[in-house]
Write a protein of this length. Sequence first.
Length: 133
Amino acid sequence: MGRRKATALRRLATERGWLSLDSPLPDDATIAASPSPARRAASTISMAEPFRAQVERWVAQDVGGIAIHAALQREHGYTGSYSAVPRMFAGIRAASPPETTVCLSFAPGEAAEVDFGAGHYSRRFCAARPLRV
């Protein structure tokens, strides 16, 4: 916290009487709700923001950042920088729930795993066709 923020917080606490020795301290929820939320300057709003809905659809389809940037330029006349797209991309990914996995635990001999993929081919004893091993 910088000096300006500390000064503003001290001024707020003085105005509300929190620093006087006569009055009890307010609860944490009251203190946390007191400072006004930080305002964002108009210049910090991403140029990609008007295209957020389209970018969200592309992210859901696993389209990469470079392809999204190129498509925005080609289809929507986007003139913003490439770095705005990965920042939005990261924000969208962070807001979505993570992919979950389940760890399975079995006692020895309780379960078996079979892989039906293609295996190694070999020729045995002059066989006319390859046999799977």
